[in-house]
Ligand binder design. Sequence first.
Ligand code: SF4
Ligand code: SF4
Length: 317
Amino acid sequence: MSYLDYVNEKCIECGKCTKNCDFLTKYDLNLKDYTKREDLKYHCFLCGVCKQVCPLDLDGRNVSTELRMGEEKGFGMMKFEKSPYIFRNNSKKKSKTLLFLGCSFPRQYPETTKALIDVLMENGIDFSLDCCGKPIYETGDEKRIQKDKDRLEGIFKEKGIEKIVTACMNCYYFFKEHYDIEVVSIYEELRELGIGKKIEEDRNIFIPCPDRQTKEVLEDIRYFVPNLKTPFDNVQCCGLGGLAFGTERELADGFVEKLRNYDIPVTTYCASCSGRFRRNEIKVTGHILCEIMDVEEKEALGFLKGSLQIRNYRRNR
Ligand code: SF4
Ligand code: SF4
């Protein structure tokens, strides 16, 4: 049975998803209604709030993704950049564990990225700067999704990778859900290696969408930030989730305004959220990984500079 049919069969139309989602509220939809709105397939932020509140565990992310699957048109620039990632930096060196940096974090935090690469290489762990494939997955372009997966699996196989360490929690969940390989967060790996600074002060952490349900990465961070708090419950998403920013700009900006109303410094652990908040002049302390690595670095908001800095890092020495 398709997921759309499943939702149609199970949904009791209680309205909880509508009440808790600005997108569903705007169009007066519950998830059952949404299964019939292919025209809105790129309007969902894939945030997962609906699943959290639904008494039957129904998930708008699956509805939206299923509606998207098979669509080859659109997102040309993003596909050009990420499929395959134009700033990728991989090697053929054998390494049982791989530090997978993703595409967003290195671009915005090149100095912290270099510090991570250096310290993990000292521990015999090679690195990959590449895109995990999540943005392409969200377009629904199945041919590209498969091509990207084949390419990354080929790299992992050639290198003899048994474990992936992710610096980005988007990569963390994407690999966990779509690849048959052990995945740990950078925070877990740093703890195991005895690396990283503990932060004793309070930090108000914004939980990014993919970690909202299980909070696995947040719990790994807690080792380094024992006094962390998560007060931003009513903010659905940073606004960049699910490729919906282009179609639902007003809703995306509304999320940021809700965050602004808290009027307290925000700490992030997703590079996309960090960049978005910095651009919108939200008070931020920065990305927690920079603090843990003891690197003073603000988000580089330009597109190219950070990417080019890491493009060939440590490959010619
Ligand atoms: S919360 Fe679940 S059961 Fe209720 S309307 Fe939404 S999808 Fe249907
Ligand atoms: S995933 Fe988020 S944006 Fe999409 S329907 Fe569910 S709550 Fe709404």
